[in-house]
Design a protein around this ligand. Sequence first.
Ligand code: HEC
Length: 180
Amino acid sequence: MGNDPLFLNKLAAAVLSAGLLAMITGFIAHQLYHPHVPAKQAYEIAAGVEEPSAQTASAPAGPQPIGPLLANANVANGEKVAKKCAACHTFEKGGPNKIGPNLWNVVGAKHAAHEGFSYSGVMQGMPGNWDYESLSKFIYSPKAYAKGTKMTFIGIKKDQERADVIAYLRTLSDSPKPLP
Ligand code: HEC
Protein backbone atom coordinates (compact mmCIF):
# COMPACT_ATOMS: atom_id res chain seq x y z
CA MET A 1 0.00 0.00 0.00
CA GLY A 2 2.54 2.59 1.18
CA ASN A 3 4.47 2.66 -2.05
CA ASP A 4 1.62 2.84 -4.45
CA PRO A 5 1.10 6.51 -5.41
CA LEU A 6 -2.26 5.65 -6.93
CA PHE A 7 -3.46 3.85 -3.85
CA LEU A 8 -5.94 6.53 -2.84
CA ASN A 9 -7.26 6.80 -6.38
CA LYS A 10 -7.68 3.07 -6.59
CA LEU A 11 -9.35 2.99 -3.21
CA ALA A 12 -11.76 5.73 -4.26
CA ALA A 13 -12.49 3.91 -7.50
CA ALA A 14 -13.13 0.70 -5.58
CA VAL A 15 -15.48 2.41 -3.17
CA LEU A 16 -17.33 4.10 -6.01
CA SER A 17 -17.75 0.94 -8.03
CA ALA A 18 -18.85 -0.97 -4.94
CA GLY A 19 -21.49 1.70 -4.38
CA LEU A 20 -22.54 1.59 -7.99
CA LEU A 21 -22.73 -2.18 -7.92
CA ALA A 22 -24.86 -2.04 -4.78
CA MET A 23 -27.22 0.39 -6.48
CA ILE A 24 -27.47 -1.74 -9.60
CA THR A 25 -28.05 -4.96 -7.69
CA GLY A 26 -30.52 -3.18 -5.48
CA PHE A 27 -32.36 -2.00 -8.55
CA ILE A 28 -32.35 -5.46 -10.10
CA ALA A 29 -33.47 -7.03 -6.85
CA HIS A 30 -36.27 -4.50 -6.65
CA GLN A 31 -37.36 -5.34 -10.17
CA LEU A 32 -37.24 -9.07 -9.36
CA TYR A 33 -39.17 -8.88 -6.14
CA HIS A 34 -41.68 -6.25 -7.18
CA PRO A 35 -42.48 -7.45 -10.65
CA HIS A 36 -46.03 -6.14 -10.65
CA VAL A 37 -45.26 -2.65 -11.93
CA PRO A 38 -47.15 -2.36 -15.20
CA ALA A 39 -44.81 -1.86 -18.11
CA LYS A 40 -46.35 1.52 -18.97
CA GLN A 41 -45.87 2.93 -15.48
CA ALA A 42 -42.35 1.54 -15.28
CA TYR A 43 -41.57 3.26 -18.52
CA GLU A 44 -42.91 6.58 -17.26
CA ILE A 45 -40.89 6.38 -14.07
CA ALA A 46 -37.81 5.54 -16.07
CA ALA A 47 -38.44 8.39 -18.48
CA GLY A 48 -39.14 10.76 -15.61
CA VAL A 49 -42.40 12.04 -17.03
CA GLU A 50 -45.74 12.24 -15.37
CA GLU A 51 -48.90 11.48 -17.18
CA PRO A 52 -50.60 14.87 -17.52
CA SER A 53 -54.09 13.44 -17.51
CA ALA A 54 -53.47 11.72 -14.17
CA GLN A 55 -52.38 15.03 -12.70
CA THR A 56 -55.30 17.09 -13.92
CA ALA A 57 -57.73 14.39 -12.91
CA SER A 58 -56.64 14.50 -9.28
CA ALA A 59 -56.17 18.28 -9.01
CA PRO A 60 -59.11 20.28 -7.63
CA ALA A 61 -61.03 22.30 -10.15
CA GLY A 62 -59.09 25.53 -10.43
CA PRO A 63 -60.17 28.90 -11.70
CA GLN A 64 -61.28 29.51 -15.28
CA PRO A 65 -58.65 30.98 -17.62
CA ILE A 66 -58.83 34.69 -16.87
CA GLY A 67 -58.05 36.09 -20.32
CA PRO A 68 -61.52 35.94 -21.86
CA LEU A 69 -63.10 37.20 -18.64
CA LEU A 70 -60.80 40.22 -18.53
CA ALA A 71 -62.04 41.29 -21.93
CA ASN A 72 -65.46 41.97 -20.39
CA ALA A 73 -64.28 43.01 -16.95
CA ASN A 74 -65.80 45.98 -15.15
CA VAL A 75 -63.11 48.16 -13.59
CA ALA A 76 -65.56 50.19 -11.49
CA ASN A 77 -66.95 47.01 -9.98
CA GLY A 78 -63.40 45.78 -9.46
CA GLU A 79 -62.65 48.88 -7.43
CA LYS A 80 -65.64 48.08 -5.21
CA VAL A 81 -64.55 44.47 -4.84
CA ALA A 82 -61.09 45.71 -3.88
CA LYS A 83 -62.58 47.07 -0.63
CA LYS A 84 -62.12 43.48 0.54
CA CYS A 85 -58.41 43.89 0.04
CA ALA A 86 -58.16 47.35 1.57
CA ALA A 87 -57.99 46.01 5.11
CA CYS A 88 -54.47 44.90 4.27
CA HIS A 89 -53.44 46.72 1.09
CA THR A 90 -53.19 50.28 -0.15
CA PHE A 91 -53.53 50.90 -3.88
CA GLU A 92 -52.28 54.42 -4.57
CA LYS A 93 -48.86 55.24 -5.99
CA GLY A 94 -46.36 55.50 -3.14
CA GLY A 95 -48.95 54.24 -0.64
CA PRO A 96 -47.71 52.58 2.53
CA ASN A 97 -47.42 48.88 3.16
CA LYS A 98 -49.92 47.65 5.72
CA ILE A 99 -50.47 44.00 6.62
CA GLY A 100 -49.83 43.42 2.94
CA PRO A 101 -47.66 45.33 0.46
CA ASN A 102 -48.86 48.37 -1.48
CA LEU A 103 -50.34 47.13 -4.78
CA TRP A 104 -49.50 50.01 -7.14
CA ASN A 105 -48.03 48.59 -10.34
CA VAL A 106 -48.32 44.98 -9.21
CA VAL A 107 -49.53 43.67 -12.59
CA GLY A 108 -46.41 42.52 -14.42
CA ALA A 109 -44.19 43.13 -11.37
CA LYS A 110 -41.86 40.50 -10.06
CA HIS A 111 -43.26 38.45 -7.19
CA ALA A 112 -42.50 39.83 -3.77
CA ALA A 113 -40.80 42.92 -5.16
CA HIS A 114 -42.44 45.83 -3.35
CA GLU A 115 -39.87 47.78 -1.43
CA GLY A 116 -39.86 47.63 2.34
CA PHE A 117 -42.29 44.75 2.71
CA SER A 118 -41.26 41.59 4.46
CA TYR A 119 -42.69 38.79 2.33
CA SER A 120 -43.09 35.16 3.29
CA GLY A 121 -40.44 32.73 2.12
CA VAL A 122 -42.82 31.11 -0.32
CA MET A 123 -43.60 34.42 -2.01
CA GLN A 124 -39.93 35.36 -2.17
CA GLY A 125 -39.18 31.99 -3.72
CA MET A 126 -41.69 32.34 -6.55
CA PRO A 127 -39.99 32.72 -9.89
CA GLY A 128 -41.34 35.03 -12.55
CA ASN A 129 -43.79 37.90 -12.58
CA TRP A 130 -47.38 38.55 -11.65
CA ASP A 131 -49.06 37.96 -14.97
CA TYR A 132 -52.84 37.86 -15.26
CA GLU A 133 -53.06 34.10 -14.90
CA SER A 134 -50.90 33.87 -11.78
CA LEU A 135 -52.78 36.78 -10.18
CA SER A 136 -56.03 35.01 -10.91
CA LYS A 137 -54.84 31.77 -9.36
CA PHE A 138 -53.42 33.54 -6.31
CA ILE A 139 -56.56 35.62 -5.72
CA TYR A 140 -58.74 32.58 -6.32
CA SER A 141 -57.10 30.83 -3.40
CA PRO A 142 -54.00 32.45 -1.93
CA LYS A 143 -53.05 29.53 0.23
CA ALA A 144 -53.60 26.93 -2.48
CA TYR A 145 -51.48 28.89 -4.94
CA ALA A 146 -48.76 29.85 -2.46
CA LYS A 147 -48.77 27.37 0.39
CA GLY A 148 -47.50 29.19 3.47
CA THR A 149 -48.31 32.70 2.21
CA LYS A 150 -48.84 35.44 4.76
CA MET A 151 -51.94 36.56 2.87
CA THR A 152 -54.67 35.14 5.07
CA PHE A 153 -57.49 35.90 2.69
CA ILE A 154 -60.04 33.30 1.70
CA GLY A 155 -59.92 34.19 -1.97
CA ILE A 156 -62.46 35.21 -4.61
CA LYS A 157 -64.07 32.20 -6.22
CA LYS A 158 -66.44 34.04 -8.55
CA ASP A 159 -64.67 34.27 -11.88
CA GLN A 160 -66.15 37.57 -13.05
CA GLU A 161 -65.58 39.24 -9.68
CA ARG A 162 -61.95 38.13 -9.75
CA ALA A 163 -61.57 39.36 -13.31
CA ASP A 164 -63.04 42.73 -12.29
CA VAL A 165 -60.60 43.15 -9.42
CA ILE A 166 -57.65 42.18 -11.64
CA ALA A 167 -58.83 44.65 -14.26
CA TYR A 168 -58.83 47.27 -11.51
CA LEU A 169 -55.31 46.27 -10.38
CA ARG A 170 -54.21 46.72 -13.99
CA THR A 171 -55.25 50.39 -13.91
CA LEU A 172 -52.93 51.02 -10.94
CA SER A 173 -49.98 51.99 -13.09
CA ASP A 174 -48.56 54.89 -15.04
CA SER A 175 -48.52 52.60 -18.07
CA PRO A 176 -51.00 49.73 -17.64
CA LYS A 177 -49.91 46.44 -19.18
CA PRO A 178 -51.76 45.32 -22.30
CA LEU A 179 -54.65 42.95 -21.71
CA PRO A 180 -53.87 39.33 -22.56
C1 HEC B 1 -55.82 39.78 5.57
C2 HEC B 1 -54.96 40.63 4.84
C3 HEC B 1 -55.03 40.60 3.31
C4 HEC B 1 -56.14 40.71 2.51
C5 HEC B 1 -57.59 40.88 2.92
C6 HEC B 1 -55.65 40.69 1.16
N1 HEC B 1 -54.28 40.53 1.15
FE1 HEC B 1 -53.07 40.45 -0.49
N2 HEC B 1 -51.46 40.16 0.68
C7 HEC B 1 -51.47 40.14 2.06
C8 HEC B 1 -50.15 39.81 2.55
C9 HEC B 1 -49.74 39.68 4.01
C10 HEC B 1 -49.35 39.63 1.40
C11 HEC B 1 -47.89 39.17 1.36
C12 HEC B 1 -47.96 37.67 1.11
C13 HEC B 1 -46.68 36.91 1.41
O1 HEC B 1 -45.63 37.52 1.68
O2 HEC B 1 -46.79 35.68 1.39
C14 HEC B 1 -50.19 39.87 0.25
C15 HEC B 1 -49.75 39.81 -1.07
C16 HEC B 1 -50.54 40.12 -2.16
C17 HEC B 1 -50.07 40.18 -3.52
C18 HEC B 1 -48.64 39.95 -3.98
C19 HEC B 1 -47.94 41.30 -3.96
C20 HEC B 1 -46.49 41.30 -4.33
O3 HEC B 1 -45.89 42.37 -4.18
O4 HEC B 1 -45.92 40.27 -4.75
C21 HEC B 1 -51.14 40.50 -4.30
C22 HEC B 1 -51.15 40.70 -5.80
C23 HEC B 1 -52.27 40.64 -3.42
N3 HEC B 1 -51.87 40.41 -2.14
C24 HEC B 1 -53.54 40.97 -3.85
C25 HEC B 1 -54.66 41.03 -3.01
C26 HEC B 1 -56.00 41.31 -3.48
C27 HEC B 1 -56.37 41.64 -4.91
C28 HEC B 1 -56.82 41.24 -2.39
C29 HEC B 1 -58.32 41.41 -2.33
C30 HEC B 1 -59.09 40.67 -3.28
C31 HEC B 1 -55.98 40.93 -1.25
N4 HEC B 1 -54.68 40.81 -1.67
C32 HEC B 1 -56.45 40.79 0.05
C33 HEC B 1 -52.56 40.37 2.88
C34 HEC B 1 -53.86 40.48 2.45
